[in-house]
Design a protein around this ligand. Structure first.
Ligand code: NAG
Ligand code: NAG
Ligand code: NAG
Ligand code: NAG
Ligand code: NAG
Ligand code: NAG
Ligand code: NAG
Ligand code: NAG
Ligand code: NAG
Ligand code: NAG
Length: 504
């Protein structure tokens, strides 16, 4: 048994106190079966999963949202938003959001309002949708409320069709979004679109046919003006060489306080935009996973905030790589700028300043013409991805779980394209595939949302919304089975004589 394995079994023993010796000898015998990280040790069918909602009509697109301090889940589909109590599958409220002025819908195209964005803005829930090719945003008004429903132009927030790319983010009452400005999907870029601060957008030359995956704001408690928004995307590789990969995955950064340039130069353009390549693969063999698929950000102290990313490759396996904001910042703060060999002006391009309109021309010019870092952002494990799998994972969430030993564990929840959810323990540097939950319908998850408080994963399919109980501990009826599962959500209860939720 390797030292690594010992280390990761030990915490679970502590809890078992008296039974230590017994379980220990058993582990030695059973160990080979646990070494594999590509075969789930436990497969649970349906039993840990509940249907929270059955649609009457198949949905092509769903968006899930939790409002702060509110336990209800908002579900956006075609022409509606539902507020759902996932504990009892009760629909608390139903908002009808059909297309406004359907007579103006273009012919030959579906005149429907597919909801693509739900965000909270100034205490109210705001839903945006395709609205028959005229994207629109509306505040949700409950039946009992005596308030008018505000309608705003949603261009640049919602796409024109649900299949077009879009992402959104709300920070301090400002709405940030990436969505095409043209109905053919072009003019797709990341902007600040609504709220108190000035609207700011990107320079066209900064990306090449991008697909935006996710954006997040990383808080700095004692340094609010230095808070930055990180945008994760993939784009066409501008390197025309034959061996070069078609796609390249990236992280970009803008300052929250960026109000754009002066009236004369770069007005309403990000003056702090810089980007770098995200590396996931085997750098020593020059073997990379280049196609970013999904992102989950596990927030912590700003520099320890962890970014979990799913990538796919040309040879059709998937990989999970992990980054920290500290390592990303190291590249942004210390790398040279690609194709720029002059002295780096001061303040350094990308620095957050109180008044971006007074930034020196030299600084903004580097941002404009050379926003790319020469250095690449390595993953935490540097020489290899954290986890490589032949499963086609499409969505990720990561939960932080307090085990029976009162230690904190990170558990990756990975949804496949065929109706499975895998629980993968981040056991030090090694992944450990704990269990697989299978849905009766083997289709791809359209969206997932983690409810870390209730320890539930909500999964949106085209026909149902399902919830997975992460604390469902069906690992057999013996203490050994329970411990061998190595599921930090679970622990053996001596008094109940069963494998049960570890959390108090
Ligand atoms: C989903 O897409 C199909 C094919 O485009 C369409 O027939 C169907 O009406 C769509 N469903 C909804 C709920 O919009
Ligand atoms: C949601 O359902 C649970 C279980 O029935 C109930 O205890 C809770 O009060 C409900 N929440 C709301 C906001 O109604
Ligand atoms: C709704 O508000 C308007 C003015 O804001 C008021 O005149 C009206 O009586 C209110 N209606 C109800 C049902 O409270
Ligand atoms: C945004 O501006 C409004 C009115 O100017 C103000 O009431 C609100 O507090 C501001 N919100 C934030 C988050 O600064
Ligand atoms: C974008 O960059 C190319 C060269 O990289 C340049 O020829 C073109 O003028 C730039 N476009 C704009 C709008 O500056
Ligand atoms: C990251 O943050 C922690 C706590 O704030 C600090 O102790 C540590 O030195 C920081 N690390 C780096 C690389 O800045
Ligand atoms: C930049 O490099 C210096 C020297 O290696 C290091 O001390 C510093 O922490 C780096 N900056 C960041 C943000 O990591
Ligand atoms: C890659 O995809 C092909 C065709 O879909 C399949 O036959 C092959 O088994 C896949 N390879 C792996 C490693 O999953
Ligand atoms: C568990 O750990 C947390 C944080 O490390 C600590 O605050 C708490 O007191 C611990 N609980 C027990 C029962 O030891
Ligand atoms: C993986 O799943 C996605 C989403 O369903 C699909 O578009 C893609 O073709 C799948 N890739 C492989 C290799 O099966």
């Amino acid at each position: 048994m390797s030292a690594f394995t010992m280390e990761w079994f030990l915490p679970l023993y502590v809890f078992l106190a008296g039974e230590f010796n017994f379980v220990f000898s058993l582990l030695l015998e059973d160990f080979p079966a646990l070494g594999s990280n590509n075969v789930p040790r436990f497969i649970s069918k349906d039993s840990s999963m509940k249907i929270a909602l059955n649609y009457t009509r198949l949905q092509n697109h769903t968006v899930l949202f939790y409002k702060q301090d509110c336990e209800d889940l908002y579900v956006g589909g075609t022409d509606f938003v539902l507020r759902l109590n996932t504990s009892n599958s009760h629909i608390v409220e139903r908002y009808n959001l059909s297309t406004t002025e359907p007579e103006e819908c273009p012919e030959q195209s579906p005149c429907e309002n597919v909801i693509t964005v739900i965000e909270e803005l100034n205490g109210r829930v705001y839903a945006c949708g395709t609205n028959g090719y005229r994207p629109q945003c509306r505040t949700l008004v409950s039946a009992g409320e005596n308030k008018s429903e505000d309608c705003d132009d949603g261009t640049g927030i919602s796409p024109f069709e649900y299949s077009q790319n879009s992402i959104s983010l709300t920070v301090d009452g400002d709405l940030y979004a990436a969505a095409p400005l043209e109905s053919d999907g072009s003019s797709l870029q990341f902007r600040r679109k609504a709220g108190n601060r000035t609207n700011v957008w990107m320079y066209d030359n900064w990306t090449l046919e991008p697909t935006f995956i996710s954006a997040t704001c990383v808080k700095r408690k004692n340094d609010r003006d230095n808070e930055k928004i990180y945008v994760f995307f993939r784009e066409l590789n501008s390197d025309p060489s034959h061996e070069a990969d078609h796609w390249i995955s990236r992280v970009a950064r803008v300052c929250k306080v960026d109000e754009g340039g002066s009236k004369r130069f770069f007005q309403n353009m990000w003056t702090s935009f810089i980007k770098a390549r995200l590396v996931c693969g085997f750098p020593e063999q020059s073997l990379y996973f280049n196609h970013l698929q999904d992102i989950y950000v596990l927030h912590s102290n700003w520099n320890n905030t962890r970014v979990y990313a799913i990538f796919t490759s040309r040879w059709n396996s998937t990989a999970v790589c992990i980054y920290t904001i500290g390592m990303i910042e190291d590249v942004f703060e210390n790398s040279t700028f690609k194709d720029y060999d002059q002295e780096i002006p001061s303040p350094r391009p990308g620095t957050c300043v109180k008044n971006s309109r007074t930034l020196p021309l030299a600084t903004v010019n580097v941002v404009k013409d050379h926003p790319e870092m020469s250095d690449w952002v390595p993953s935490v494990h540097r020489t290899a991805p954290f986890y490589v799998s032949s499963y086609n994972y499409t969505k990720i969430a990561v939960d932080q779980v307090r085990g029976a030993d009162n230690k904190s564990y990170n558990v990756l929840l990975l949804a496949t394209d065929s109706g499975k959810v895998h629980k993968v323990l981040e056991a030090g540097d090694e992944p450990l595939l704990i269990s697989e939950t299978r849905f009766f319908n083997p289709s791809a998850a359209l969206s997932v949302k983690l409810d870390s408080k209730k320890k539930k994963l909500v999964v949106g399919f085209s026909d149902v919304i399902a919830t997975v109980d992460l604390q469902s501990c069906q690992y057999g009826s013996s203490c050994e089975d329970c411990v061998l599962a190595q599921d930090p959500y679970c622990a053996w209860s001596e008094s109940e004589k069963k494998c049960t939720a570890a959390a108090p």
